[in-house]
Each structure stands twice: as structure tokens, then as C-alpha cells.
Write a protein of this length. Structure first.
Length: 375
């Protein structure tokens, strides 16, 4: 039997966090395997904030990842705390415009850049059954979607597996969730005539909030964010998240409905569901592992900070693991403090934003979030 291939670091998960960590580690001279299972709900219609360009530049990939294929996003509109639309224009943003991403393309290009930098990249391959060995190394099973399994050894594992935090949880870390936010989302067919307004739009209602944005393909994303246990006041006993309620509620919106009507709503498909709650690990590193991205801390999509934070924590985790493998015993604690600071800033902003919506104080979606203000 041939011996298991050996790496300094295996990065589990090939989203923005995993690629940022792998790029940082391989450029620091480590041998790196990045394995991406390619599982999880499809990601469509995600916006990248302008400040992400800085992190992508630090990673040396901004041009190749952002040059083509995405739509510039010149601002956001929101009807939040009032029925009137309020505009935030990227003209006033020191970093310029953001992007409506072709998210699969964005991730593919990040993985291609990681491979070009010298990492081994295993696509459609899951990291399974990590076992810590007595000599302090890991033995890991790599399971390819096409079938087949092989073992690799490594000194360190970066868990960038997204909300599942597969390696960290298996290693005993606990995932803490602070709410149950769920997304119901749908991609609408291209409209006969493209809208000239490329801004994203957020509109709150009594049981949550709506989001719509154009996609680079000409399609449009529309999503409703709510809690899965809420019942519909117009239809006692019915769940707010019922597929049939989605269309009625969508058409009842004041602003989002105008954006989506040109895309045709007669044959609306049922929306897909995705977990969108805030969550974090009780510790972001342990014996032989470090977590980054959503695995470490996942944010409410209202913040638009998910990909930015994944890039930031991936890059920071990469530097911390590099320093640790070179004998710096403070590096991982410093990384944990960085993640904690990001989480604190996020929680403060989350509370402030929800406090600005005061129109439905008695509806559970809002009272829960206002209650959190006192926490
Ligand atoms: C509905 C919704 C809308 C959102 N909109 C936005 C937005 O507009 N802007 C924004 O910035 N953020 C948004 N986010 C958040 C954003 O999607 C995440 O924060 C971001 O994708 C996190 O990146 P990541 O690399 O940590 O994890 P992911 O992107 O989830 O990548 C994890 C990868 O790990 C792989 N994987 C899982 N298990 C294993 C395993 N065992 N072995 C190997 N690989 C594995 C998965 O297949 C996946 O490819 C949204 C989230 C939701 C739910």
C-alpha cells in the first residue's frame, strides 16, 4: 500500500475563506492541499462590498477574480424603518462600487488562483474522518464525489467548510446560534428589457425583510428573510414561510414588487430555502485546527459582510497558522481575538440596524430582535 501523501496544511472547503487561507499559506512556503466538496445550497445573487477589493488585492487575485463576469453595484436602496426608499450611493464610498457576483464563477476563479499559486486543489472532494495521531499529525480521508477515497497526512487543518464547521465540530467545538433567520429565495427569468437600475433593494415587512438584486446573467434574485416558526396573521394557522404565501407577500411589497414584475410572475416556482442565521463557534482553534469564514462566524446576510469576513478571516487564519507552525505560540490566540472583534462589531451594527425598524413592535420577528437590544 502506498503511504499517504503528506502536506503541511489541509484546507477543508474551497469557498472564499478556504481559498484566502490556502493562498496565504502556500505563498508563505507551506505545502497545501485545498479540498472542496462542492456541496451545500447553491449560492446565487450575492453582493460583494467594495472594500473586498483591498483583501483580494492583498491576496494578489483582485484582477483575475473581479475583472469580468460580475455586475458592478453602484449602491443600495432600502425602505427600512419607513415606507420611503433611502439610497446609499457608491459615489460616496471611498472604495468605489461593489459587485453583484456570479458567485460560482467567483469561487471557481479563487480556486484556480490558489492552484496557480502552488496548492494542490481537489474539487468535488470532501474531507472526512480527520483523526489526530499520537505523533501530532492528522490522518484525513478525502472522498471524491465520483467515488474513491484516499488518505492524506498533514500537520494542520483549516476548517473553512462553511456553516457546518465540519472539522471543528468533530473536534469538540460547539456552534452557538443567536437566531433562526431563514432565506426563501428565487431566481427569476430575465426580463424582456433589462432594468437600468443595477442597485440592490431591501424592504422590511411585518415578519422579516425582502431583498432583490439583478444577476450578471440578466436573471433577478428575490429573497425573503424571516423566522421559520412564524404564523401568518392573514391566514391563521398558516406559516409565513409557506410557498403559496411567498407570491402573495411578494406582490404586496411596495418597492420589490415593481422590480420583479417585469420578470413575469405568472409561473413562479417555489422558492428555495437556506439557513441565514447568525452563528459562531465557541472557539476558533484547537488541537491542530483553525476555523475561518462562516465556520468560525456566520452573519445575517443583511450585513452584506459574509464574503468580506470570509476573506478576512481566511487570510488572517492563514497568517496565524503560518506563524504557529514557525513556533509563535501567541499567533492563534491573536487570531481568535481578531475574530471576536469582528463579531462584536457585527453584533453592535446588527442591533443598531434592527432598532431603526420600529413599525411592527408587536410582531415576533421584530420583537425578538428588539429584545436582543437589551442582551
Ligand atoms: C441567503 C444568503 C444570502 C447571502 N448573501 C450574501 C451577500 O449578498 N453578500 C455577502 O457578502 N454574503 C452573503 N451571504 C453570506 C455568504 O454566502 C457567506 O458568508 C460566505 O459564502 C462564507 O464563505 P466561506 O468560505 O466561509 O463558506 P462557503 O462559501 O459556504 O464555502 C464552504 C465550502 O466548503 C465546502 N465543504 C463543506 N464541507 C466540506 C468538507 N467536509 N470537505 C471539503 N469541503 C467542504 C462546501 O462545499 C463549500 O464549497 C449570504 C448567505 C445566505 C445564506
Amino acid at each position: 500500500m502506498s503511504p499517504a501523501a503528506a502536506y503541511d496544511v489541509v484546507v477543508a472547503g474551497g469557498g472564499p475563506a478556504g481559498c484566502a487561507a490556502a493562498l496565504t499559506l502556500v505563498r508563505a512556503g507551506h505545502t497545501v492541499l485545498l479540498a472542496d466538496a462542492g456541496t451545500g445550497p447553491p449560492k446565487a445573487g450575492e453582493a460583494l462590498v467594495s472594500a473586498a477589493r483591498l483583501l483580494l488585492s492583498d491576496l494578489g487575485v483582485a484582477e483575475q477574480v473581479l475583472a469580468t463576469g460580475h455586475l458592478p453595484c453602484y449602491g443600495n436602496l432600502s425602505a427600512w424603518g419607513s415606507p420611503e426608499l433611502y439610497a446609499v450611493d457608491s459615489l460616496h464610498d471611498p472604495y468605489g462600487h461593489g459587485w453583484h457576483l456570479d458567485r460560482p464563477l467567483f469561487d471557481r476563479r479563487l480556486r484556480a488562483a490558489t492552484r496557480a499559486a502552488g496548492a494542490d486543489v481537489a474539487e468535488h472532494t470532501a474531507v472526512r474522518r480527520p483523526v489526530r495521531r499520537p505523533d501530532g499529525t492528522w490522518r484525513i480521508a478525502l472522498c471524491a464525489r465520483a467515488g474513491g477515497e484516499r488518505a492524506v497526512r498533514c500537520r494542520w487543518v483549516v476548517d473553512a467548510t462553511g456553516r457546518g464547521a465540519a472539522v471543528a465540530v468533530r473536534s469538540g467545538a460547539r456552534r452557538r446560534t443567536t437566531d433562526r433567520l431563514t432565506a426563501l429565495h428565487l431566481t427569476l427569468d430575465p426580463a424582456p428589457r433589462a432594468s437600468p437600475d443595477g442597485r440592490s433593494l431591501v424592504e422590511s415587512d411585518r415578519d422579516g425583510w425582502w431583498y432583490t438584486a439583478p444577476l450578471p446573467s440578466g436573471h433577478r434574485l428575490v429573497a425573503y428573510f424571516t423566522d421559520p416558526d412564524l404564523s401568518d396573521p392573514d391566514l391563521p394557522g398558516a406559516a409565513v414561510t409557506g410557498d403559496e404565501r411567498f407570491r402573495d407577500r411578494l406582490l404586496a411589497t411596495r418597492h420589490v414588487s415593481h422590480r420583479v414584475r417585469p420578470h413575469g410572475l405568472t409561473t413562479l416556482r417555489p422558492p428555495r430555502r437556506a439557513a441565514a442565521h447568525s452563528a459562531h463557534l465557541d472557539r476558533v482553534h484547537g488541537d491542530g485546527w483553525t476555523a475561518a469564514g462562516d465556520a468560525a462566524a456566520a452573519f445575517d446576510p443583511l450585513s452584506s459582510q459574509g464574503i468580506l469576513t470570509a476573506l478576512y478571516t481566511g487570510l488572517s487564519a492563514g497568517h496565524a497558522v503560518d506563524a504557529h507552525l514557525h513556533g509563535d505560540r501567541t499567533a492563534l490566540a491573536a487570531y481568535a481575538a481578531q475574530v471576536a472583534t469582528a463579531r462584536t462589531a457585527y453584533a453592535r451594527e446588527h442591533r443598531a440596524v434592527h432598532a431603526r425598524e420600529t413599525r411592527w413592535p408587536d410582531r415576533p420577528f421584530w420583537s425578538r430582535r428588539h429584545l436582543n437590544q437589551q442582551a
